[in-house]
Design a protein around this ligand. Sequence first.
Ligand code: ADP
Ligand code: MG
Ligand code: ZN
Length: 616
Amino acid sequence: MKLFTKNILAAFAILFVLAMTWSLFSSQPDEPKEISLSELVSGINSGQVREIVISGDDLNIVLIDGTKQITKKESEAPLSETLINYGVAKEQFEKVAISVTGPTGFMFWLGALLPFLLPLLLIGLFFWIAARNVQRANLQAFTFGQSKARVILPDNKKEQVTFKDVAGVKEAKDELIEIVQFLKSPSKFIAIGARIPKGVLLMGAPGTGKTLLARAVAGEAGVPFFYLSASEFVEMFVGVGASRVRDLFKMAKKSSPAIIFIDEIDAIGRHRGAGLGGGHDEREQTLNQILVELDGFEPHEAVIVMAATNRPDVLDPALLRPGRFDRRVVLDLPDINEREQILKIHARGKPFSEDVNLRRVAERTPGFSGADLQNLVNESAILVARHDRKNITMADLFSSIEKVLLGPERKSHILSEAEKKITAYHEAGHALVAAVLPEVDPVHKVTIISRGRAGGYTLKLPSEDRRLFSKSHFLNELAVALGGYASEKFIFNELTTGASNDLRNATDIARSMVTRFGMSDKIGPVAFGSREEYIFLGKEFSSHEKDYSESIAALVDGEVSGFMKRALKQALEILKKHKDVLEAIAQKLIKEETIERENFNKLLKSFGLKTKQVPA
Ligand code: ADP
Ligand code: MG
Ligand code: ZN
């Protein structure tokens, strides 16, 4: 029925245009008379000319009695020069008002060309509308049982989202700009043989804006967005999952360039064999079909598959293989500045009273996701409407914070003031030790925004790909790992459970130094435990069995705790020596929650500490 009304509207629009043009051409009152330049000159000399309007080479002349005339001047010569050449009398010429309008003579050309162009335009318009309707009908025919597959077409301005609507997540946006550019002009990339990723996996906690960002990519690129949630998919179509996937990809290829978005892909992409049911269940067939489709893409097809998950750890490794979802984009929970921006986005068009300061709302909401913040603004609007008030006040916003916190959706951990302080000093401890010790990777980011079960984290990124690790590197790493623990002990003279994870990691490092790498002087060059290769330092450390005698075991334990104690001492010394820096980092963390590398280095420099370079 929507189609029908659209067609009626289009018909009216065409009629309207026709009527307008007809009236334009039929009722032109008095066409200005075309005269020659010498006629103009004699007109000026006899004082009959009131005004000349120059528009390009056209001269529109208005006589004293109001009659209009037109003529042309020589190209590229100024009017005065031309007229003087024709012998105009100077004192008469000065009485004429001269003005210049846009040189395009647009109206003139429009007037001249419209009669020819209009029929062409109308025919073009007709075909365009017809073609669009066919395309729509095609897309709409693609329905999933009761519900329609959600397709957002680029001309759907109401549903359109762009990067402007997504606050924060800067790194993610930077990654995705490339995809946007590819979708905008695929031929440019294909021509030089660039390999564009077929699959992009968005990872992040619930409500961090994964779905929103995927839509924004489509919006930025102006391509159709095929949206599909994996969980509904499995529920709804027992026995037809695979064929639906095939249809979806076929559809998208037809309207390429396009984006296919599979939300909550962990629902079908779980590690195969890990779930219940086993064997060839629906989920597995659906997943297989997605893999087949991904592998079958040709680069010229310009279809990008995006997927979102908050459980990247359970995904089937087959999905992550090169040529599939090999581009991964992480969305973090927003820090204080990002929360303020998100609040601003959702505050758009809502009536706030004068006293509202969104920064203060952001300060009180560490750990909130974008969705929580949206919910918060919405709750306060509801509150205002319920009480028949006009404006949203600060009190409304604050009471909504609690509502969102206590609401059923919130599961993540929120820091209290005291916890925030402890976490800040803890992370500042890690960061400072890492900055001072030479054999440690540069600090990339320090934050007290919790992620997973950690209160905060200090992210170090290696400046080069290392294959060999020295003993001094491990000793330094140990001190860094204990930096948080040391800081809590030093500042508060008290320990919290927040450091337990660090202790676990540190112990694993120390134990491996002793039992795998022969880095203990007392025990010497012996390797104990299974011979399994370690894939990723820190991950596999904890998994070796004991294959040595009790007396050696005691020796190992002694060495491990010796390494740990020395590392703790080293960390404490650094923190004591640079207490002012520790304070500064912690205070900045309390205020801003996240410190990026540049600001971290700036802070170090202001205390005269050396900074580490990260090669670009
Ligand atoms: P996810 O898919 O990661 O669970 P969504 O994209 O569905 O999260 O986010 C839910 C809502 O939260 C969005 O529709 C949007 O209103 C809001 N939101 C989340 N992140 C942001 C952000 N970075 N900027 C603006 N709004 C956001
Ligand atoms: Mg989502
Ligand atoms: Zn820690």
